[in-house]
Design a binder for this molecule. Structure first.
Ligand code: SF4
Length: 309
């Protein structure tokens, strides 16, 4: 620091340069709507800072950082896990879910994280699949969306799908909120009609969606994905889940449903809602049950539509 003739402070070239660098550093650490150090991200993903910078531009969101994200590890979610003694196996390419839905039953909100360095995912999958009998079905992305924005660059989900196809594994379910799934239509087709693709969309109102699912794509993107997947001959299910009073309109969802797409309704489980203030008012589970039954009665029973109890 030097001083001008009038006694005011003047920054030297060097300090101006270091200030500029600090500003650039600060800009560079804005990752997925949150301030995160590049080195931390590169450590988490086991990759170079240059790759992180490329991904950051893809993941960068100008939206306010969702207030409901939690970043501590969730021990209930694993890369490959069996559900129930005679149940299926869940495969979760990522261990935190970027969409950060306030109602997440897996309580898995947070910035996307991977289990290990991307280069080792295939060997980890092969090793863990040795314990899975060939006839047992697999469900992809039940605890964390397998298509967060970063998947476009990492391709972990695609790597896993290709390996499951190579091993002729029965894949019964893929659940997502992202249109990025359309990239993998070529692979998904090979799992046949038994593999249903569930696209979740609980409201057609984007304002509501931003409150409920701050990191998830807009309604139009998801409807477009349903249409493209259905046109490609895949079994597509429009999950109007969780059905939420005043936010989910069954008739509007039915009208927006692309032709041939099945529909599934399931009501909100209020005990999982992290921040009840995002709902228009505090509902008790009893009220939700009653309003859900009412909505079902009004809607009636229609072909290709299921209302879960
Ligand atoms: S997309 Fe599913 S797993 Fe991800 S936060 Fe939402 S409810 Fe949870």
């Amino acid at each position: 620091m030097t001083f001008r003739r009038d006694g005011t402070k003047q920054r030297s070239m060097q300090s101006r340069e270091s200030l500029r660098c600090r500003r650039e550093d600060r800009r560079a650490v804005v990752f997925a709507g949150q301030r995160t150090l590049t080195t931390e991200v590169s450590n988490a993903f086991g990759c170079s800072s240059a790759s992180v910078n490329r991904w950051k531009s893809a993941c960068f969101t100008t939206a306010e950082p969702p207030k409901t994200r939690r970043d501590e590890p969730n021990r209930l979610v694993q890369f490959l896990q069996k559900i129930g003694p005679n149940g299926s196996w869940l495969v979760n390419p990522y261990w935190k879910c970027y969409h950060s839905c306030v109602y997440c039953v897996a309580h898995n909100q947070g910035n996307t994280r991977v289990w290990s360095a991307p280069q080792t995912v295939l060997s980890t999958l092969r090793r863990q699949l040795r314990d899975v009998p060939l006839e047992e079905s697999l469900l992809l992305g039940a605890c964390a969306d397998p298509y967060p924005p970063i998947e476009e660059h990492l391709g972990l989900t695609r790597t896993i799908l290709l390996e499951l196809r190579r091993q002729k594994r029965p894949l019964d379910y893929v659940g997502t909120k992202s249109g990025l799934i359309c990239r993998d239509i070529d692979v998904l087709r090979d799992f046949g009609a038994q593999c249903s693709i569930h696209i979740s969309l609980c409201s057609l109102d984007d304002r509501m969606l931003r409150r409920l699912e701050p990191g998830a794509p807009a309604a139009a993107d998801r409807l477009d994905a349903m249409q493209r997947l259905s046109q490609a001959g895949l079994t597509v299910v429009y999950d109007c889940i969780p059905w939420t009073p005043t936010m989910s309109d069954a008739e509007a969802a039915w009208a927006a449903r692309p032709p041939g797409v099945r529909m599934l309704f399931s009501k909100l489980d209020v005990k999982h809602v992290l921040d009840p203030s995002v709902l228009k008012r505090n509902y008790t589970q009893k009220e939700i049950d009653r309003l859900y039954a009412q909505a079902h009665r009004r809607f009636g029973d229609r072909e290709l539509v299921e209302w879960e109890q």
